[in-house]
Write a protein that binds this ligand. Structure first.
Ligand code: SF4
Length: 212
């Protein structure tokens, strides 16, 4: 994608999705971390339903650690992958209590080092909770970036690196949300709404597939 087209794509995304924010409900860094872990392969709406109940009694790592693996797994069952998610939440909580005095660490490296916290989760928490410059690549960001031709990569890490080159650093966090919104509303996994998409003039997917 040439520089002018890239500039146009970013401007259109920003104008359309200006102020886009995470759809997950949370009131502390710890709640955000738990919600992001729960959101893997689950909708934000469902995560919000589960965390509304979960955070009533278990909104800190100390309180979370009073639950057994089986108890937590049962509470978060509607989110799917509940066994592994329970394991990740409990092991991250243990590290937060033992190594960080009960507070979610604020650097990307420390977040990524928490057991059960992968690159995407660390990037989201780092940027949303601590205002860090990071661009998390989830399924929507990966699909939409590659379709448009904004940032091509064979896997999320390669796409993240390509996005970091294509998007100005001060827009990384915002671009993550723009691409998620576009992926949910327009550039859906199945049957993307190319005919009415505001990026149809620039998008490489259309040119390749001769969709219009
Ligand atoms: S034109 Fe189609 S493929 Fe390209 S961004 Fe829009 S919806 Fe997605």
């Amino acid at each position: 994608m040439n520089k002018n087209t890239l500039k146009t794509v970013l401007e259109k995304l920003e104008n359309t999705y200006f102020g886009a924010k995470p759809q997950l409900n949370f009131s502390t860094e710890y709640e955000l971390l738990v919600a992001v872990i729960l959101s893997a392969q689950c909708t934000d709406e469902r995560v919000n339903i589960v965390t509304k109940e979960l955070f009533k009694n278990y909104s800190t790592p100390q309180k979370m650690l009073t639950l057994s693996h089986e108890e937590l797994s049962s509470l978060i069952k509607p989110c799917g992958l509940n066994n592994s998610k329970a394991e990740h939440i409990l092991s991250a909580s243990k590290t937060i209590v033992e190594k960080h005095g009960g507070k979610v660490p604020s650097t990307y490296e420390e977040l990524n080092a928490l057991s059960g916290v992968g690159r995407k989760t660390a990037n989201v928490v780092y940027s949303v909770a601590f205002g860090g410059d990071a661009i998390a690549v989830d399924t929507h960001v990966f699909r939409v970036s590659n379709r448009i031709g904004l940032a091509k990569g064979v896997n999320p890490l390669a796409t993240e690196k390509a996005l970091m080159k294509a998007v100005p650093k001060n827009k990384w966090s915002s671009a993550h949300h723009w691409l998620i919104y576009h992926g949910r509303r327009v550039c859906t996994a199945r049957n993307p709404k190319c005919e009415t998409c505001f990026l149809k003039g620039e998008c490489e997917y259309i040119k390749k597939n001769g969709k219009l």
